[in-house]
Design a protein around this ligand. Structure first.
Ligand code: SAJ
Length: 407
């Protein structure tokens, strides 16, 4: 039996995937409300293909509860935020989870950490917890790091088809855990040591952050000298070894906007490009605010209450608003362009998080003259015609209406 600890964006799909492939799974989360929902057959977030997977897992007998189980394999998927001052990982949730596991697990158990952690985290924070409970790592308890790699919006597919990394002290244990993931994973599964696995995961997300920052910096350069960044990227990408990403209003989510900070925090003075990229991406919401002011001037709009931000999630077709560029913007808007005045709408966000938040696209459109497309949800892509007559500022390059304003 496998006890999956933490039933959030990663833990839940992983638990469901294992269970639907015949592995006996109990999912544990300290949030009793969340557990109650899952027990009642209700999904806790939206994701393509997740409902079907849920059905299959329930049929195969997956269980959910708030108690840690006594078993021989644990998969820990809890958040790993960073400390906003030191920029280092805040391992408190992983440490708390492993501490609770130690209270119930038998000798010989394997604890797999899926949460993203920078190199050295298991050595520094997790081994001491194991040893403080009288266990010897590698003998009584085996530690493994199997970082997740799935992208929100395509999680179910990527769980099955992405390759994975498994870091273990002992190759035999690594192979045992590889067999567990092979129950559903059709990608290559590489077994390596723990520090390499820790570093690899952080490096992957840092690579993407740097590449997005490059695209964003190009957008600013091109704006400053009246060049079309999208056309330039399109042509440059025809070179066989060039693949520039797409500029946008900033980088959100709980992965790419967080993980590079771990390297900045742990390797100050060495992580220079990484730090510069973080600053560029974090500066994009402010650049969007600046562009809104410019566009208002150009088009003669003066009433900030008639400016509307379309999309509050961190990217298209997901319901996750963590670190989203829209929320970052709302916090940063001051004085003339107050975040308390602008209109906001997102079809995926029903919880009220902004003052002038609309429930429908129609009511949002009625209240605005300038639509700022912050997220390229399918809803707006399929209803572009409804924007006619509005001034449109498209930060995602999804709209081709005449007179469109871009980054
Ligand atoms: N973005 C751009 N321009 C682009 C691509 C993305 O502005 O060309 C923005 C998005 O709008 C979003 C942010 O970047 O705000 C991040 O989105 P994303 O789709 O690039 O990635 P995430 O955060 O959803 O998922 C990433 C993935 N990592 C990599 O692609 C290296 C995923 O595979 C990881 O599993 C996930 O982080 C994670 O959990 O670590």
């Amino acid at each position: 039996m496998i006890n999956v600890i933490g039933l959030g964006y990663i833990g839940l799909p992983t638990a469901l995937m294992l269970a639907s492939h015949g592995v006996e799974v109990i999912g544990t989360d300290y949030n009793t409300e969340l557990v109650g929902k899952l027990q009642a057959g209700e999904l806790t977030f939206e994701e393509k293909g997740l409902a079907e997977l849920f059905g299959a897992a329930v049929q195969k007998g997956i269980r959910f509860c708030s108690e840690y189980q006594s078993t021989d394999i644990y998969i820990v998927s809890v958040p790993t935020p960073y400390d906003k001052n030191s920029k280092k990982v805040d391992a408190c949730y992983v440490v708390a989870a492993v501490r609770s596991v130690m209270e119930v697990c038998p000798k010989g158990a394997t604890v797999v950490i899926e949460s993203t952690i920078p190199p050295g985290t298991i050595d520094k924070f997790i081994r001491p917890v194991v040893e403080a409970n009288g266990f010897i790592c590698g003998k009584d308890i085996h530690l493994v790091h199997a970082p997740e790699r799935i992208i929100p919006g395509n999680m179910v597919y990527e769980l099955e088809y992405n390759s994975r990394t498994i870091g273990a002290d002992d190759l035999g244990i690594g192979e045992k855990i590889k067999a567990v993931y092979s129950s559903f994973c059709k990608g290559d599964i590489v077994v390596t040591d723990i520090r390499t696995a820790e570093m690899t995961k952080v490096v992957e997300n840092t690579f993407r952050d740097i590449n997005i920052a490059f695209a964003n910096e190009l957008a600013k350069i091109c704006r400053s000298d009246d060049m079309d960044v999208y056309e330039i990227i399109r042509i440059a990408n025809m070179h066989p070894r060039v693949n520039i990403l797409t500029p946008g209003p900033g980088v959100g989510g709980h992965c790419i906007s967080v993980d590079p900070w771990f390297l900045v925090g742990d390797y100050p003075g060495l992580a220079n490009i990484i730090l510069a990229a973080r600053k560029i991406n974090d500066g994009m919401p402010r650049f969007v605010i600046h562009r809104i002011s410019q566009i208002m001037k150009e088009t003669g709009l003066t009433d900030v209450r008639r400016v509307g931000l379309y999309g509050m999630t961190y990217k298209e077709n997901v319901d996750d608003v963590r670190e989203s560029p829209t929320l970052q913007m709302l916090e940063r808007m001051e004085d003339g362009l107050s975040g308390g005045l602008v209109q906001v709408y997102d079809p995926y966000v029903t919880r009220k998080i902004a003052p002038n938040q609309h429930d429908t696209f129609e009511s949002f459109l009625e209240s605005v003259d300038l639509v700022v497309i912050m997220v390229g949800h399918d809803e707006i892509k399929q209803n572009m015609k409804m924007l006619s007559g509005k001034v449109v500022f498209d930060t995602r390059k999804i709209c081709d209406l005449p007179g469109i304003h871009r980054l």
